[in-house]
Structure formats: structure tokens, C-alpha cells
Design a protein around this ligand. Structure first.
Ligand code: ZN
Length: 158
């Protein structure tokens, strides 16, 4: 069957953490993940008589990163350390996006080789694919420790 993959450029969002020092800001970051990646996968199809001839896989990803309100009141070193962490965190979220892109590419290959399929069958195949995608992201977070292994940590200069 024909397969189209539509992956939007990730939308960037921020949440605010307040603090006059790096320690204060650190204390207000959530436990676990400091950034968030949501793939927002959906699928659609074209076809007739209950048969799918064209499968459409969509993702509208959203990346959420912290913004430090009060950064300007902290020392140079603290600001620099925050900025370093934020770059590492951004790279980590970009890697989540790569996981999604690769997974959907695999799906494209798989379904391109499939003949036209009944809608009911496709619902079975793709019904839990959203949670399968989440599993891939959870696995990546486990092996990368939410990016801690690649610099998503804060070291205090003082
Ligand atoms: Zn992560």
C-alpha cells in the first residue's frame, strides 16, 4: 500500500523555573526529566470498501524545555553552567525526535511492502502503536538516564 509519513518540525515550548541562584533554580526543576518530548502520533487512511490503499502516519512533536527566570541575577559561572546544561538537554530532546523519525521510517518500510489491508486489521496493527512509540522513548531515557550521561546535570561553581 501507499504510505505517507508527515512529521512536523517540533514545536518548542518552555516552562519557567524561578530562582536567584543556580541552586534555587535546580531545586525547582522537576524530578527525573527536565525536558519533555511528546511525539503526538496519529494515523489516517484513504481507501474504499473497508480496505486501506493509502496509509498516512502523522506526528506533531512538542519539545518542552525549562526557562530560568532569575538567570540574570546569578553569577556568570552559574549562568554559563545553566546554558551548558540547556544545550545538553536540547540535544537530548533532539535525540528523542530522532527515535521517533527512525521508528516511523521503519513503519513506512513495513507497510509499503504490505498489500492493501482491511481497516479493521490496520486498527489492530496500529491501535497500540502510540504506546509502542512511548516505550521506545522510555527505553532511550533509561539508557541515557534522561540525558545525565550526556551532560544533563548541573554542577555548582561554589
Ligand atoms: Zn528524555
Amino acid at each position: 500500500m501507499q504510505v505517507t509519513v508527515n512529521i512536523a518540525t517540533p514545536t518548542q515550548r518552555t516552562y519557567t523555573v524561578r530562582g536567584n541562584t543556580l541552586r534555587e533554580a535546580h531545586g525547582r526543576l522537576p524530578r527525573g526529566c527536565w525536558g519533555r518530548y511528546a511525539g503526538n502520533f496519529t494515523w489516517d487512511y484513504r481507501g474504499r470498501n473497508g480496505m486501506v490503499s493509502h496509509l498516512i502516519l502523522n506526528a506533531a512533536p512538542v519539545i518542552t524545555l525549562p526557562r530560568w527566570h532569575g538567570r540574570g541575577r546569578a553569577s556568570r559561572e552559574e549562568q554559563r553552567e545553566w546554558d551548558r546544561m540547556l544545550r545538553a538537554l536540547t540535544a537530548h530532546e533532539d535525540a528523542h525526535h530522532e527515535v521517533l523519525v527512525n521508528a516511523l521510517e521503519d513503519q513506512r518500510h513495513f507497510f509499503s511492502d504490505e498489500p492493501d489491508t482491511a481497516v479493521r486489521q490496520l486498527r489492530q496493527d496500529l491501535g497500540s502503536y502510540g504506546s509502542e512509540l512511548q516505550q521506545y522513548q522510555d527505553d532511550f531515557d533509561r539508557t541515557s538516564r534522561h540525558g545525565q550521561r550526556a551532560g544533563v546535570v548541573l554542577n555548582f561553581p561554589d
